[in-house]
Design a protein around this ligand. Structure first.
Ligand SMILES: C[S@@+](CC[C@H](N)C(=O)[O-])C[C@H]1O[C@@H](n2cnc3c(N)ncnc32)[C@H](O)[C@@H]1O
Length: 244
């Protein structure tokens, strides 16, 4: 079976729209952190949705997927699924690290790009505003400083999160309507909160890009893909943080 057909059938569960969205997502990351020939650490990698694309299409040099796999935000067998994808796809440049980011020690290893996609809100569990609580602020800065030190010079840390707008209760309706599984289902912090902590953690350049998913295969895509409508359905953001 063709590798991309395998991905569509397994990770994307026939959700073709999600697959095309992820290709677009990859090109957004490539604009800032060109993946070709780079080393990547994905924190909270899950079943490897991104790393398989980074390796197959982004031509990353080597990828490490780190996940505690404790059933937080995904199933307990998530890394077994990832292992199976790596085996079937014959990917020799992906390695799995079954570890909590809080305990992770890399030795002397550093990375060109580090990503955290939908995982930060699981790692720092609170919904409280970081900036209004000194202990939380310290916790956030400790995590981001650790990530800063894991990066090579000119390295980029990419965060991708949903906004605080919560459509969890309506997700079945939206999924049916949009034939796509990504809606604003859960999130805890604004880009402003994360950005303030990232700047205090050593990153010299931090900027946010709001990102609207497209509904390529929906016949009403021209409505759903407009920024105002999309804001209510699917309002996500990237934060790119650069180490000089
Ligand atoms: C919602 S899933 C996102 C998976 C993947 N990034 C994606 O977009 O498909 C969040 C992942 O973060 C992982 N996770 C949660 N807390 C973690 C921690 N402290 N250290 C490492 N991984 C963690 C979970 O096991 C889960 O697989």
């Amino acid at each position: 079976m063709n590798k991309l057909t395998y991905l569509k059938k397994t990770i994307y569960n026939q959700g073709k729209n999600d697959f095309y969205c992820d290709l677009n997502f990859l090109s957004e990351i490539n604009k800032i952190a060109k993946l070709k020939g780079k080393t990547v650490l994905d924190i909270g990698c899950g079943e490897g949705r991104l790393l398989t694309l980074f390796s197959l299409i982004g031509k990353a040099k080597y990828c490490w997927g780190l996940d505690s796999a404790e059933g937080i935000g995904s199933g307990l067998d998530i890394l077994d699924l990832f292992k199976r994808h790596i085996k079937v796809l014959g990917l020799k440049n992906i390695e799995i690290i079954n570890e909590d980011i809080g305990n992770y020690e890399s030795g002397n290893k550093k990375f060109d790009v580090i990503t955290a996609v939908y995982s930060l809100h699981h790692i720092i569990k609170t919904r409280k505003n970081f900036l209004k609580d000194e202990n939380l602020k310290k916790e956030g800065i400790a995590l981001f400083s650790k990530i800063y030190h894991l990066l090579n010079k000119k390295g980029v840390f990419v965060i991708y999160e949903a906004s605080k707008h919560d459509l969890k209760g309506y997700s079945k309706f939206y999924r049916k309507l949009l034939k796509a599984s990504f809606v604003n289902y859960k999130s805890k912090h604004t880009a402003r909160e994360y950005s303030a902590l990232l700047k205090k953690s050593g990153f010299q350049k931090v900027y946010t890009k709001y990102y609207f998913r497209s509904y390529y295969l929906n016949k009403f895509k021209w409505v759903f893909s407009t920024p105002i409508i999309n804001f209510f359905i699917n309002n996500h953001y990237f934060i790119f943080s650069i180490k000089k």
